[in-house]
Design a protein. Structure first.
Length: 342
């Protein structure tokens, strides 16, 4: 029969003293093993670890962090959760952090202001993180000073911050896409850009424009979407109505999907009438109809390099870090071809 007052009481887990008693060693020896110290002989270490397994004992991570000054946790501040690039980058960061033995603490920021950013940093500091990755897809930090209380790596941003900046080489990717279409024989390339607030969209647009200028080609007016297939479809209907359009570089694959539908509905075949190149190489791009020629960003490498840059900054801060640009790659499929002969 249960003892009065015992209902709902949590059962005490095994303690360090319990492990010491079972292993026949001192509590200090158990502590050394739990904290990975080397001054324990292998036979004793094995006996202590076996006792831990038998009892189900887990060392107190918070206590170890206080002693070592490291929490094995990375904070991530993100300003936009809904885009494909953001979700893939977050997944890559979490995977890379886990591989290095770190957990990830996500902190969305819904307002682009100094107070909101400072509050996010303060909350992460309270939750004991070793450093912060700022995933800055839009121009939200232009007028914001990042706090200096924690090591920081910034992704998808300009390089004017005094922190390591990691991103895919957007300029290279847009140039590869534009040059591919010009080399097929198209007189010029139209561009469906991402939002004007986006760093990535801005760099892709500038590179497209510069490539056309260097080749002596006319620069068509820029059309702007919001990264969604719906916006690609709406702009696509406008492009489909213009017989001068024979090649389009789209700033992401999702808008390219909407563009393909619009062209199809308007009787413009791809790639015979219009060639289309996207950006990202999302998994579904190979299953579009026709399969989409696109620029591949290696999100796994972006996550790996950003976590490595942050952990390196923890050990040896660089006062003048050089930006890290991850190369992009053009993946040629069936949505591009030479222009139809007239």
């Amino acid at each position: 029969m249960p003892v009065e007052g015992s209902v709902g009481r949590r059962r005490r887990g095994p303690s360090m003293a319990d492990v010491a008693q079972l292993a026949g060693v001192s509590g200090q020896t158990v502590s050394r093993v739990a904290n990975g110290r080397q001054n324990v002989d292998e036979v004793t270490r094995a006996r202590v670890q076996d006792a831990m397994r038998q009892l189900g004992y887990r060392p107190n991570g918070a206590a170890r962090a206080l002693r070592s000054g490291q929490f094995r946790s990375i904070g991530v501040i993100v300003f936009e959760l809904s885009t494909f690039g953001t979700t893939r980058t977050l997944d890559a960061i979490a995977t890379a952090a886990t591989a290095r033995g770190y957990s990830v603490n996500l902190r969305p920021v819904l307002e682009a202001s100094q107070s909101a950013v400072t509050e996010a940093f303060n909350r992460l500091s309270e939750q004991a993180v070793d450093g912060v990755v700022v995933l800055n897809e839009a121009h939200v930090l232009d007028d914001v000073q990042l706090p200096t209380s924690l090591p920081v790596v910034v992704l998808d941003a300009s390089s004017h911050y005094g922190y390591p900046v990691v991103d895919a080489d957007q300029t290279q990717g847009a140039r590869l896409a534009t040059e591919h279409l010009l080399e097929l024989g198209h007189e010029t390339v139209w561009h469906l850009a991402g939002p004007r607030t986006s760093y990535s969209a801005d760099r892709r647009r500038r590179s497209w424009e510069q490539t056309l200028i260097e080749r002596g080609c006319d620069v068509p007016p820029v059309l702007v979407g919001d990264w969604s297939p719906t916006s690609g479809y709406e702009v696509g209907r406008e492009l489909a109505a213009n017989d001068k359009v024979t090649a389009v570089f789209v700033a992401n694959d999702q808008m390219a999907l909407g563009l393909l539908r619009a062209l199809h509905e308007c009787g413009r075949t791809v790639p015979d009438d219009v060639s289309v190149v996207g950006f990202d190489d999302m998994e579904e791009a190979a299953c579009f109809w026709p399969p989409l020629t696109t620029v591949r960003q290696t999100f796994a490498e972006i996550g790996h390099r950003s976590v490595n840059a942050l952990l390196a900054d923890l050990d040896d801060p660089d006062p003048h870090p050089a930006p890290i640009a991850i190369p992009t790659e053009l993946v040629i499929r069936h949505s591009t071809a030479p222009p139809r002969s007239t």
